[in-house]
Design a protein around this ligand. Structure first.
Ligand code: GLA
Length: 758
């Protein structure tokens, strides 16, 4: 193997994990005092907080019994700052009060004076006001180091100090939550920003490359030390690469970039980036894992993919683009189409409407210069739609409220240009942010019709352009007066809104509880169901099929009644984010709802967090490792979950495209039986989930939730699987021969083997 390193310069920001030895620090991951509401007197050192409750700071406040709670709350802690902090430190000039990450906005006070807000130090004497909660979104994920000069009169050395944090939670999770809060003197390592997260790995021919940057953010100190990069094969533990740059000197403000290039691996390597500071003896460490491609490239011959069944109600507009991979140009045939439908044989788009109820078996054919592929498609015309989980793209996890028409249209074009639609990807869904802004009061036109904002000048034009590609168009609203993002929503205008959706050609509605909190009388099931019935009725009156997606985070065990209120899918949890903790908690928590999934009714563990995400406007490559991403897609397919890509499709890289276009994996999700996988084995860090398939075979995932590679001897019978059948590795699309009674599998940490047993 050949590895090569070179230097280049670019601009960066971002994080390091500091690991320092000798220098003293005070751990603030203790129980703090906590009070909901807002009162500036809480910042004062003399304030009597004896009656306040205690709260940990290593988890969001919802996890400590404040669920749901959004809005203001205060944290207080009394703590002595010993002078030994100064005597044991290497640098002597400033004190660093580190609050970890805070969800969403903070003002931090020391002994009654404001010292920092939303990750920035504030000048001494700054008056606290409420503007801090108007800060940009995304601050929940930003670290809060506040620094004070060692001589700052606000610090009381060797005496009790009072730290008070005023938090405003905009919605969803709230409060201090990272558990790494601490006070120390500012260290030399605090001035080194090692960024290995801003740039993703890129594939170039047979190599994989990535740029990592080191930046000295100090204005006065130079940083000296050794920088090493070590790569360890995740499965074998072998060191496959080591490179040390000795005696590096970074002048104040200086940035150095290192571009690393390694041969494409067939599994992940853990890369450790370490900087050893020569004078203080401290070191900073960051790690990541290299991507690897498993999906074999699609052949040039035609191959029809995607669901084998599609549905519409009688007399409602029908649209279906035959998903077929293979060399273009391609032509299509569809024999035995029901009356009312026609095929465009050049694009493969079937459209029209069918009046007569029935199950129509259509023989599809895709033809190109390399060959022909045929497949049966069942067109079901009846009361039920959404017979396989919807597959699409949604704007939220990438663009958040910064979504606009151009971004939506671009996504639709990428579906075609990158061939995603050839694998069954169909919906293009706008989440929150298309409506006119509410600013506390919803706004409508004089007739009461919903208005869009300036970023969406013509919804009908947008819908038409999506349909012209053979794709479907999705939209978002709330049963309350305002959406979660503060835009106008549907309360008291449900029929009018459904009418607008019909006139724009909408095919999918995500209906998000949010401000309905202020309308619901109580938390009974009747109140939970009510607004969803109202919109269902409204949707029943229009001349279109609209897939109805309930979003109320699982309240009242929605899986038990989501079907009754006419939902085709329902969110079972709070919002996902691109961390292993979030993925693990949500994905592996889909147990109680298992038996409620069926064709037309799906549990929705939220959208995908692979690719470039960020909730807009600025995005980053997902923080999930490649193995975590394989786990994510595999688990969602086993769970028959709706698959909604949440990334910026304009920045789709080779690895992400490979994750999203493995037809054997997608086939699990789209299996017409619609049976959600069951957790059948929990053995330490290993979990086995089994999904029954329509052809009588079973698919299963053997997941390793632990931090180390495990060699697991799977007992097939214990997992409810019969030895003797043909085993297939679905990601590699490769047969593994006959299954024995046991199977020894090497599973990387946070990764899995996804298998099918015939
Ligand atoms: C809620 C939902 C998200 C997204 C936002 C939009 O948080 O759970 O999926 O729709 O609202 O504001």
């Amino acid at each position: 193997m050949k590895y090569l390193f070179c230097l280049l310069a670019i601009v960066v920001t971002l994080s390091i994990q500091a690991q320092t030895t000798k220098e003293e620090s005070i751990n603030l991951n203790q129980l703090w005092k906590f009070m909901q509401g807002d009162n500036l007197a809480y910042a004062q050192p003399g304030y009597d907080d004896l009656g306040w409750k205690s709260i940990p700071v290593d988890k969001i406040w919802e996890a400590s019994g404040y669920d749901p709670y959004d809005g203001y709350a205060w944290y207080r802690l009394k703590v002595i700052f010993p002078s030994s902090l100064k005597s044991t430190s290497f640098l002597k000039d400033s004190l660093r009060i580190y609050m970890g990450k805070i969800n969403n906005f903070d003002q931090t006070f020391l002994n009654g004076s404001l010292i920092g807000s939303n990750s920035k130090n504030v000048a001494p004497g700054t008056r606290p006001d409420t503007l801090f909660k108007k800060a940009p979104q995304g601050l929940w994920d930003v670290k809060r180091p506040y620094t004070l000069s060692v001589n700052d009169p606000r610090i009381k050395w060797d005496q009790e100090n009072v730290l008070a944090i005023r938090v405003f939670d905009e919605g969803g999770q709230g409060g201090l939550y990272t558990g790494d809060q601490a006070v120390s003197m500012t260290r030399i390592s605090d001035y080194l920003v090692m960024d290995n997260a801003k740039n993703p790995y890129t594939f170039e021919n047979s190599n994989l490359s990535k740029t990592i940057t080191l930046r000295n953010i100090s204005e006065s100190y130079s940083i000296e030390g050794d920088f090493s990069v070590i790569a360890i094969n995740k499965l074998t533990g072998d060191e496959i690469y080591k490179h040390v740059s000795k005696n590096l000197i970074l002048q104040p403000g200086q940035l150095q970039a290192f571009t690393e290039e390694i041969k494409k691996p067939d599994q992940s390597a853990i890369i450790t980036y370490k900087f050893d500071f020569s004078k203080s003896g401290a070191s900073s460490v960051s790690t990541d894992e290299t991507p690897y491609i498993t999906t074999p490239s699609a052949p040039a011959e035609p191959r029809i993919n995607g669901a084998s069944v599609t549905a519409a109600r009688p007399g409602k507009p029908f649209l279906f683009a035959i998903p077929a991979a293979g060399k273009r140009p391609m032509t299509f045939e569809a024999l035995n189409l029901p009356q009312g439908l026609k095929l465009d044989d050049r694009t493969g788009i079937i459209s029209g409407k069918v009046d007569l109820q029935g199950e129509y078996r259509v023989a599809l054919k895709a033809i190109n210069e390399k060959g022909v592929d045929s497949r049966e498609l069942i067109i079901s015309i009846g009361d039920r739609i959404c017979l396989t989980p919807p597959m699409g793209w949604n704007s939220w996890n990438c663009w958040g409220l910064a979504v606009d028409e151009q971004k939506v249209v671009a996504s639709a074009h990428i579906y075609r240009d990158k061939g995603l639609m050839n694998h069954g990807w169909t919906y293009i869904n706008i989440d929150d942010g298309w409506e006119i802004r509410g600013d506390l009061n919803p706004k409508r036109d004089p007739k009461g019709d919903i208005l869009t904002n300036e970023k969406f000048p013509d919804m009908k034009r947008l819908g038409d352009s999506i349909h012209a590609l053979g794709l479907k168009f999705g939209i978002y609203s709330s049963p309350g007066p305002l959406t979660c993002g503060g835009y106008t929503a549907s309360y008291s205008h449900e029929e009018q809104d459904a009418g607008s959706y019909a006139s724009w050609g909408v095919d999918y509605l995500k209906y998000d509880w949010c401000s309905y909190d202020g309308i619901a009388k109580d938390t009974t099931l009747a109140e939970y169901k009510k607004p969803y019935f109202v919109m269902r009725e409204a949707l029943n009156k229009i001349n279109r099929d609209i897939v109805y997606s309930l979003c109320q985070y699982g309240m009242g065990e929605v899986w038990k009644w989501g079907g009754e209120v006419g939902g085709n899918l329902w969110r079972t949890t709070g919002d996902i984010t691109d961390t292993w903790e979030s993925l693990r908690e949500i994905g592996f928590g889909q147990i109680k709802n298992q038996s409620f999934a069926k064709p037309g009714n799906w549990n929705d563990p939220d959208m995908l967090v692979v690719g470039w995400v960020g909730w807009g406007p600025s995005l980053h490559p997902t923080r999930l490792t490649p193995d975590e991403q394989y786990t994510h897609i595999s688990l969602w397919c086993l769970l028959s979950a709706p698959l909604l890509i949440g990334c910026d499709l304009q920045r789709l890289d080779e690895f992400t495209l490979n994750l999203l276009t493995n037809d054997e994996v997608i086939a699990l999700d789209q299996d017409p039986l619609g049976s959600q996988a069951k957790q059948v084995i929990v053995d330490g860090d290993i979990q086995v989930w089994v999904k029954e398939l329509a052809d009588g075979s079973k698919a299963f995932g053997v997941f390793n939730l632990g931090g180390k590679t495990l060699n697991y001897n799977l007992d097939l019978e214990k997992a409810g699987l019969k030895p003797g059948g043909e085993l297939r590795d679905l990601w590699r699309q490769k047969s593994l021969g006959k299954a024995g009674k046991t199977s020894l599998l090497a599973i990387p940490s946070h990764g899995l083997m996804l298998l099918k047993l015939k």
